[in-house]
Write a protein that binds this ligand. Sequence first.
Ligand SMILES: [Zn+2]
Length: 205
Amino acid sequence: MVQIYQDFIPVGNGNRPGYAMTPEYVTVHNTANTSKGADAKSHAAYVKSPTTEVSWHFTVDDHEIFQHLPLNENGWHAGDGHGNGNRKSIGIEICENADGNFQQAVKHAQWLIQKLLKEHHIPLANVVTHQYWSGKACPRQLLATWNEFKKGIESAEDPETVITYVVKSGDTLTSIAKAHGVTVQDLQNWNDISDPNKIQIGQVL
Ligand SMILES: [Zn+2]
């Protein structure tokens, strides 16, 4: 089972640039952090640090996925300034923490990308490396086997997922509903059921 947390960087934070985006690409990264504990949750805290001036949309590890930005806003992750990498691509970091299972994290990322391609009508050809935009050797663990990684996107199996929206100060049911394009009534219904395709409202466990 994979827990997905929508734990957005607060509006106004320097790492939430907030330019409107219609995603046309998916850009894949590796965190390049092999420390124990350098998992998705720790990166969710990191991207809220206002001095880092870097942000992306999802961090994936072997048991959790954290979403840091809504998909209709850009992040700073591709190293191409205001080019298509930063302004038109969904950025995904795959964790390399020593206490995690990298291959499992890769499988989860492949499934997430498959889902994003369907939802945003993005062709597989537009799944690219960070290197594609800026020349940086990233995702460093996947560059040598990039074609295999892309093949795995098509065949990725759906892990059981639960999506939790992490409530921030200032959120109201109305603002949360608006952010998800649904009604308050929908939200209240979602909290009463355990459909894995619905979003529950809560805190990081
Ligand atoms: Zn990168």
